[in-house]
Design a protein. Structure first.
Length: 186
């Protein structure tokens, strides 16, 4: 089991490095600018698309590069709203998967003999407050959303509340990414 886990971690690490390398290549080669130029009047589709990929560990780096490029010509509020819509779609996919699988695994952990000690911590009011708070902070940051979405999924948040929170947090995060990109690029 440990060997299989190590192999998966290595594979995830490799994909993450590949993603960052791809983002760097796309920026330096000018392909991002060509892509944006090719969208012509459909720029909003590209922003939603970039927002969709803003949520996953494997696609965050290229999405940030793309959003930063869009920020050079798009009003930041429009960038944040459209990118936030795309990110909600990505988070909903993650949330639906996690809410079912991880939540069941988590519940099983709590009833296992070793999990009973953990269950005392989980039932603590402080834990119930901080778990969704930390999840929300992670979603708002440019960090990949999987961990934050997992925290919100475990906290048994309703789908409606999750969607609203995801939109607001991702929009804020994308706004900040756009603002930083403008400050760096000029």
């Amino acid at each position: 089991m440990k060997k299989k886990h190590k192999r998966k971690l290595f594979k995830d690490f490799l994909f993450t490095i590949l993603s960052i390398s791809l983002a760097t290549f796309l920026l330096k080669s000018g392909l991002i600018h060509e892509f944006i130029f090719s969208l012509d009047g459909l720029l909003w589709i590209g922003i939603i698309f970039a927002g969709l990929f803003f949520t996953s560990i494997f696609t965050t780096a290229p999405a940030i590069a793309l959003l930063g490029s869009f920020a050079q010509t798009t009003p930041l509020l429009v960038l944040a709203i459209l990118g936030g819509l795309g990110a909600v779609i990505g988070d909903l996919i993650i949330f639906t998967f996690i809410r079912g699988k991880v939540s069941k695994s988590f519940d099983h952990l709590l009833v296992s003999p070793r999990g009973r000690r953990f269950s005392v911590i989980v039932k603590n009011e402080i834990f119930k407050f901080f778990l969704p708070l930390f999840g929300a902070i992670i979603i708002a940051s440019p960090l990949p959303d999987e961990i934050g979405v997992s925290m919100l999924g475990i906290s048994k948040m309703s789908k409606k509340r999750f969607l609203a929170l995801s939109f607001i947090l991702n929009s804020v995060g994308i706004f900040i990414v756009g603002w930083i990109a403008r400050a760096i690029i000029g």
